[in-house]
Design a binder for this molecule. Sequence first.
Ligand code: MEV
Length: 302
Amino acid sequence: MGSACAKAILFGEHAVVYGEPGIAIPVPQLTVTATFSEQDYMKSFRSLHINSPEVGLDTDIYDLKSTHPIRHLIELLQIELGISELPHKTLTIRSSIPLESGLGSGAATSIAIIRAFSGEYDHPLSVDRVSALAYEIEKIYHGTPSGIDNQVIAHGIPIFFRKGSPVEPLNLTQSLPLIIANSGIKSPTREVVGDIRDHFDQHEQVIHEIGSLSLAARDALLRWDMEQVATLMNENQRLLRLLTASNERLNDLIDIALKAGAPAAKLTGAGRGGNLIALYRNELERMHIQKALSEAGAQVYL
Ligand code: MEV
């Protein structure tokens, strides 16, 4: 079996696509697993069978289009691991990560599958190799991905990320007091990133300012200066609104979190739907924010 967890971007979404720095953390409470099992001999599958209830797949690998991300990944793995013929087994993929919602479900699915193959064929792969293989599939999901999703999920630790530079682990002293809440609106990253790219000229300055926030946030996080982290998060959300990455539903939910006492709240991931993150200072505050967001119809994860 292979597994991988979700991720949340704390700072720098979109800006990372253009080489600005960003900060991301793994979210171990939401996971994907990929498990090999023997096929039921009564059913005659031609080859590897894929069963993935969350995305509605119950199919032989060769019945998927050659451009399908899962088929493409498995063909890449055949080359990487020297597998001439795929096993007559079933690969079951289960996920608790909401799809198209900014929490890295695509990269996590790829990495769970890579780890399952690596285990099944007893062929260890380095973290960098796992990340690089997942990045190939991110290009199908996202068009022009920065690579932050595959990097944070492959490493499984908080990271300071800049496209083209080695990943910098962020050694945080405590786990972040964060609520993640789903707006309920699905938002494919490819479309939002593509649209913002089309208006890059208008956004260049804002993108650069977001990069500066990530630099300041790295220092604040390492000092565990959560007041400063909160200020920077709110500023990041203001800039994301200028980028048109937010939308009315996210703005409303963010206001609700702030009114319920959160010192900061912002969207996470590509935006225009998907999830938001909100900081809290103590358990009472967490309960108030969580209640207010739930009453507004958001699904609260943590
Ligand atoms: C997606 O999780 C984050 C974006 O910055 C896109 C990317 O980095 O590839 C919106």
